[in-house]
Design a protein around this ligand. Structure first.
Ligand SMILES: [Mg+2]
Length: 169
């Protein structure tokens, strides 16, 4: 897979990455929110992304989630795939990531983040590898080092995993 946007040092940036954090809505899903009488009822994940997460984990990468919203289905899916840590209901994603990185003794340059919306922008500008999705808002696409071929919820995370498999180490 080629870099859709290719800063000269993109491959180098990828090789430094030790942890990958994902946004949920618009990245692991297509951004649709299923609502019933009790509020948000369902989330729809893509099976290809599941394989992608497993592939990244087998490459030795920590895979985590930072989401602004909160839903039990996210915990279920994360548990299935071995995604850990899972941070939900996070209003300041960059602070959340900084706190985790400090504890994990990782630099932000050793972390990749995949996002699609405004709340992801400060994180994308701070991390070592900023991954966008084609359905992201323009600001996110501009701030990203690379943009997946497939949209969120339709295999975007798998694209990222494939990129790591091709370029890391
Ligand atoms: Mg999002």
């Amino acid at each position: 897979m080629t870099f859709k946007k290719s800063p000269a040092n993109a491959a180098e940036r990828l090789q430094a990455i030790k942890a990958v954090f994902l946004d949920v809505d618009g990245v692991m899903t297509d951004g649709g929110l299923f609502y019933g009488e009790q509020g948000e009822s369902l989330k729809r994940f893509h099976v290809h992304d599941g394989q992608g997460v497993q592939s990244m984990r087998s490459q030795g990468l920590v895979v985590g989630i930072i989401s602004g919203r909160s839903h039990s289905a996210v915990n279920r899916r994360a548990q299935e795939l071995g995604i850990n840590p899972v941070f939900q209901g996070i209003s300041n994603k960059l602070q959340c990531l900084k706190d985790w990185a400090q504890e994990a003794q990782l630099k932000l340059s050793e972390i990749a983040f995949m996002g699609d919306d405004l709340a992801d922008l400060p994180v994308l500008k701070a991390v070592g590898f900023a991954a966008g999705v084609p359905n992201a808002i323009a600001e996110v696409q501009l701030a990203s080092h690379w943009i997946a071929d497939k949209p969120g919820g339709q295999g975007a995370v798998r694209c990222l995993a494939d990129l790591f498999a091709e370029h890391a180490q």
